[in-house]
Design a binder for this molecule. Structure first.
Ligand code: PMP
Length: 356
């Protein structure tokens, strides 16, 4: 521990992101990136945007991007906030809506950044159990301090229907409910359409997954204009320029090529269904996923061993050494070729394994 660290820094328990080797020699199925590149039109727009203008600060209000988002999602500009990745949007949201003396609630298995933000903001939290099928139990998601969950959830891949989201919103009229929809495009029902009805609903989106722009760091929040104003207050007390010029350009171009992204998303869903069936044939338990990853546990082989054996074979998946999920792997859906290679390597590992 460093004697110069603040008390806050000493208390933190930082999130550990998935390994990010830059040498390209791995099949990377560990951070839920999109295996297909961004739309060619996005790449062209970014190339065009590289120039003298980069000496100027970007528009701190992200007006052009937010206007494009509002049109695409059929909401008002005042109902949209943009940030540097949805991680930043989430961190701002914890600061904007929650107080240290009111306990917030999230599921016991969910995105592991939530407890990290809670510590950073000095917030108390409680977790509530999932059901035996790894589904969030809406009736338990109650707190006057605030409620946060991912839908579809991570790393389980399980989605709640809108009726359950309504149950959670109706049960928490005095607290902000944050629904993190990072993976919704792969099969979830989005709650963006509910923001006019529920002034306590904040829906968070990212361009990192279905829009294949993880490297650009683009996140969004949708909500009542009162909630968006709160996020702007926090942002302007932290860093006025959340989105850089290239990110805004890429974001606008991505919104203009929905056809490309629909095709890529459909492909990932098809690959996921094929891959899930292949895993089940090989003694894996795999809940149906509504995301671009699957959450898999083998009947005999320990997840940690499998993670290591896959890594030796230059396939990276995500293994969380945490209670309740330490015998599962989270495997992102890659291209068909990558997933076929995965199955071939898996068959070699299983063939050679000492299965009782
Ligand atoms: N929410 C969930 C549930 C995620 O899995 C991720 C990706 N790690 C994020 C938010 C953050 O995504 P980004 O910061 O790339 O927008």
């Amino acid at each position: 521990m460093d004697r110069y660290w603040s008390r806050l820094t000493r208390k933190l328990d930082p999130y550990v992101p998935g390994e990010q080797p830059e040498d390209g020699s791995y099949i990377k199925l560990n951070t839920n990136e999109n295996p297909y590149g961004p739309s060619p039109k996005v790449l062209e727009a970014v190339r065009q945007a590289v120039g003298e203008n980069l000496k100027l600060y970007p528009d701190p209000t992200c007006d052009a991007f937010i206007s494009a988002v509002a049109v695409r999602y059929g909401v008002k500009k005042e109902q949209v906030f943009a940030g540097n990745g949805s991680d930043e949007v989430l961190a701002f949201s914890f600061m904007a809506f929650f107080d240290p003396d009111r306990t917030i609630v999230f599921p016991e298995i969910t995105y592991s950044f939530y407890p990290v933000y809670a510590l950073l903001s000095g917030l108390a939290y409680e977790t509530v159990p999932l059901d035996s099928g790894f589904d969030i139990r809406p009736e338990l998601m109650r707190s006057s301090g605030g409620v946060v969950f991912a839908n579809p959830n991570a790393p389980t891949g399980r989605a709640l229907p809108l009726s359950a989201i309504r149950n959670i919103l109706d049960g928490n009229p005095d607290a902000v409910v944050i629904v993190d929809e990072a993976y919704t495009d792969f099969g979830g029902e989005s709650a963006v359409g509910l923001i006019d009805e529920y002034p306590n609903l904040l829906v968070v989106h990212t361009f990192s997954k279905s829009r294949a722009l993880a490297g650009m760091r683009i996140g969004l929040a949708f909500g009542d204009s009162g909630l968006i104003r709160a996020l702007e207050r926090v942002k302007n007390s932290f860093n006025s320029y959340t989105l850089d010029r290239l990110a805004m350009t890429a974001g606008i171009a991505a919104l203009e090529d929905e056809e490309y992204y629909r095709g890529v998303t459909r492909k990932i869903i098809e690959t996921r269904e094929w891959f899930t069936a292949e895993l089940r044939k090989r003694d894996f338990s795999v809940p149906d996923s509504s995301t671009n990853f699957v959450f898999a546990s083998h009947r005999h082989l320990r997840a940690e061993d499998l993670y290591l054996r896959l890594k030796e074979n230059r396939i990276l998946v995500r293994y969380f050494k945490k209670p309740l999920i330490d015998n599962h792997l989270r495997i992102s859906i890659g291209t068909d070729e990558e997933m076929r290679t995965f199955i071939e390597v898996l068959d070699r590992i299983l063939g050679g394994a000492d299965i009782p």
